[in-house]
Every structure is written in C-alpha cells, then in structure tokens.
Design a protein around this ligand. Structure first.
Ligand code: SF4
Ligand code: SF4
Length: 296
C-alpha cells in the first residue's frame, strides 16, 4: 500500500535534498563536474575552499567557521593522540551544542543522506511488495560501535570510520566520483532489502550512536495527548528509529518520547489519524503516574 507524505515528511525531504545540493554545488561550480568527469575542462580545476561554504558532512567551513562531526573529531584526536586545533575543536563543540539542544538524532532524520537513501529503498521495497521482517534490533549497539571505532582509531593511528563511512560517500561520489564508502552504502541497501528495515540506522551507525547519546538532552520532543489516542499503532508502524521508543507514551507512562534514539523525523506525527501526537518544546520531568501525565 502506498502512503501519502505528510507535511513534516515533505519539509524533511526539502531539507534533506537542500543539504545534499548545498554540499555538492560549490565543488561542481568550481569545475569538478559530475562524478569527477569533465573536471576543469581544458583549464585547471579551481579549489572552492575559499568560498563561503565548502566541505562535507564530516567537516566543513561556513563563512570561515569550521564545523566538525563530533565522532570524526574524537577519532582524529584518538588517532593522533593530540587535541585538534582550537578552531576545529570549537567547530565540533558547536555541532554538539546545537544538536544537543535540538535533538541529537535530528541529524539522522533531517540531514543524513544515508537515511534519505534508506527511506527511498524502503518505499521502493513496499511498492515492489518485498517483505522484510520488522526485527527487534539492539539499538544501543551503535553506541558500542562508536566506542569501538574510537578505540580502534587510537590503536591503528587512523580515523577508521572515515575510511568506510557511507555518510560522506554520497556527495563525494556525486561530485568527485570517489568510491570510499560506496561498499558500505551497498551493504546497507542490501540489508534494507533482505535483512531488516533500517538495520544500519537503528543498530550500527556509530555517528547515529554518538547523536543518540546527545539526544537525551534534546528540547524538541514528540508529545502525546492521551485522550485523543485511539491506539491504532500507526505511529509505531511509521517510526523511523525503533517502534519501541513510542511504547512509554502509548502506555500512558510518559508525556513525551524521551529516548535519545528519536530522530524528530515527525513520521509518527504525520501518521497519527487523530492528531494525538505533536512536537513540543521542552523536556518535562518524567511523570510519576498516568494521572500526572494527563495534567501535563
Ligand atoms: S518517535 Fe516519531 S519523531 Fe521519533 S523517530 Fe519515531 S517516528 Fe520519528
Ligand atoms: S497513531 Fe496516534 S492514535 Fe494511533 S496509536 Fe499512535 S498516537 Fe495513538
């Protein structure tokens, strides 16, 4: 059955595509062409690094301010056994503060191209009638993967995830024709079709694990109106992260989806037929009882 896209999902698609274009456009305009073909034509290929915006999702420069993905920054420090330059460290801290305040995994839901591809494959799979089991996956495993990646980087003296990361692979492939990360991307697509929905994003991605930890402080949360809920389960079926993270609110034990795993993707809000779910700002204390939940 085909699902129509809700308003939040449409907004999310616009942001996901905008971010992809934002990262691809500067090097393309500087003459790198498409997939590394026709780079520079007859002349020398210019470097776009002097422009107002340049980089990848791992590290970029916005009007001269460097931004670093926090896992990559820790990997580099572990591998080199030294602190990053102060400006780079500030760039990583800026990312941590912004996503930490909004919701860590908003990066996964609104920015990461791997999620965009995963959702595309999921939609194609449903259209083609390919069934995959909705397995319970160890979603905290990705935090362990993040720790393992840092330890391994320290051991081998190289930021190991950056070598196989599928996250930057999309725009690097589109612009430069680079194949680093393409194998990981292919494995993710195969797993999506044959093993389990969103296996990579739910259980394995170390960057998702890093943002999952930050998500515990996020101020943008999905809240429920228990009186409006008819327990149809459409929200859990739509959830991009893991259906179990909605269980406490549906059971009346909490007023907001508290799990750091929530991507603030809004798929549950879009799917709810009674508008029982909505986004709210703030993180009320976990209520002691159902009575307290209803007062909120
Ligand atoms: S709980 Fe809702 S907003 Fe959070 S990941 Fe699931 S579908 Fe997205
Ligand atoms: S989709 Fe809405 S009405 Fe259905 S179970 Fe979820 S919150 Fe309740």
């Amino acid at each position: 059955m085909t699902r129509s896209m809700g308003k939040i999902t449409v907004a999310r698609r616009v942001v996901q595509v905008f971010v992809l274009v934002l990262f691809c456009l500067p090097p393309m305009l500087a003459g790198w062409g498409l997939a590394g073909l026709f780079a520079g034509g007859d002349g020398e290929v210019a470097t776009p690094a002097e422009g107002a915006f340049f980089g990848s999702l791992s590290s970029s420069s916005v009007v001269g301010v460097p931004l670093f993905d926090p896992l990559g920054a820790v990997e580099v420090m572990a591998a080199s056994r030294s602190l990053l330059a102060a400006s780079a460290l500030t760039g990583a801290l800026l990312v941590i503060v912004v996503y930490g305040l909004v919701r860590g995994r908003a990066f996964c839901g609104w920015v990461c191209p791997v999620n965009l591809i995963g959702e595309g494959v999921d939609a194609a799979r449903r259209r083609l009638g390919i069934e995959v089991p909705e397995r319970t996956v160890p979603r905290r495993a990705k935090v362990g993967v993040a720790v393992a990646v840092v330890l391994l980087s320290a051991l081998v003296g190289f930021p190991v995830f950056e070598l196989i990361s599928p996250i930057g692979a999309v725009n690097k492939g589109l612009v430069f024709g680079g194949l680093a990360g393409a194998g990981t991307l292919l494995a993710i697509v195969i797993a999506e079709l044959l093993v389990s929905r969103r296996l990579w994003c739910r259980a394995l991605c170390p960057l998702g694990g890093t943002f999952q930890v930050l998500g515990r402080a996020g101020q943008v949360n999905v809240a429920i109106d228990h009186d409006a809920c008819i327990h149809c389960d459409k929200c859990t079926q739509a959830c991009l992260a893991d259906p179990v993270i909605l269980a406490p609110v549906l059971a009346g034990e909490d007023a907001i989806v508290r799990a750091g795993d929530c991507m603030a993707c809004g798929a549950c809000v879009d799917a709810c037929p009674t508008s029982a779910l909505r986004f709210r700002l703030g993180r009320p204390r976990r209520p002691a009882s159902r009575k307290d939940v209803n007062k909120m």
